[in-house]
Ligand binder design. Structure first.
Ligand SMILES: NC(=O)c1ccc[n+]([C@@H]2O[C@H](COP(=O)([O-])OP(=O)(O)OC[C@H]3O[C@@H](n4cnc5c(N)ncnc54)[C@H](OP(=O)(O)O)[C@@H]3O)[C@@H](O)[C@H]2O)c1
Length: 254
């Protein structure tokens, strides 16, 4: 029985764990950062909380005799992905990243690509707008510097403290979010701009499609750079890689 660690916090990580559950040749643990108060139920044993940097993760990989590490974290979780690359190299553990392809703009999309949150704030401009912030709670602070806008903020857990702006509405909800409901949301809040990450995948594409349908501007934050590690785009490809990695780990007596 080989031990596999999945770095998660994404739908793909959960689906991958579900596919691996019950395999006779693998014991799977899913790792969550512990950001959300009530995380979604997971199909395999879970550990919660940081490892203490790349060194901490490397020590965990050794102590737990992990044979394969799967980085299935969100494409904007750059620190943990960099730590995974360093830790796997230090501990001599095979690493594969599962990364969704980014969305590409198509006809009718009105995207402005920006590097980061401060640039997104500037891209909104000086005139008051009605802005849907489709970002994580910890990324909202810089919008306090642009209090002229009305903000709609959606997050898994409540935003506390709230943004230091006079006009902000908060919605607590967990995806996936389908296009028809996203369209309703944009209409009911009279949204004229969305600030979003290029997460890829279907679960959060609804707002992008809804923006296109309504001719609404999207300020799209570019993805952070990823470490140069072997990576695939589908759960199927992870399973094939694991089949090979586990066989060769067994042959090496890991
Ligand atoms: N960033 C996003 O937009 C986004 C969106 C959806 C879901 N998520 C998920 O939310 C989690 C945190 O994202 P983030 O952007 O805050 O990460 P991050 O900035 O890359 O990581 C910050 C620190 O959080 C800990 N950490 C992150 N992911 C972890 C995991 N899966 N298991 C254990 N520790 C983890 C690590 O602490 P130590 O250094 O102490 O090990 C890491 O150094 C990730 O699991 C990610 O997949 C992120």
């Amino acid at each position: 029985m080989q031990r596999i660690l999945i770095l998660g916090g994404t739908l793909e990580a959960r689906l991958l764990a579900a596919r691996l559950r019950g395999r006779a040749d693998a014991a799977v643990t899913l790792s969550l950062a512990g950001r959300t108060a009530a995380p979604a139920a997971q199909p395999v044993p879970v550990r919660v909380g940081g490892f203490g940097g790349a060194e901490g993760l490397a020590a965990y990989l050794r102590a737990e005799r992990i044979a394969a590490l799967i980085d299935a974290t969100h494409p904007y979780a750059a620190t943990i992905s960099a730590n995974a690359a360093r830790a796997a190299a230090v501990a001599g553990v095979r690493l594969l990243a599962l990364r969704r392809l980014p969305w590409q703009p198509i006809a009718g999309d009105r995207w402005t690509e920006v590097a980061d949150v401060p640039e997104a704030v500037r891209a909104l401009g000086p005139a008051p707008r009605r802005v849907f912030l489709a970002l994580g709670r910890k990324e909202l602070r810089p919008f306090g510097a642009a209090p002229q806008h009305h903000y709609l903020v959606r997050s898994v857990d409540p935003v506390d403290p709230p943004l230091p702006v006079p006009h902000a509405t908060y919605v607590v909800a967990r995806g996936p979010f389908a296009e028809p409901a996203e369209r309703e949301l944009l209409i009911s809040h009279a949204i004229d701009a969305i600030v979003a990450k290029n997460s890829g995948g279907d679960a959060t594409y609804g707002k992008i499609a809804a923006a296109r349908a309504r001719g609404i501007a999207v300020i799209m934050m570019r993805r952070p750079p990823h470490p140069e590690v072997p990576s695939v785009e589908t759960i199927e490809a992870v399973i094939s890689w694991l089949d090979h990695a586990l066989t060769s780990a067994e042959a090496r007596g890991v």
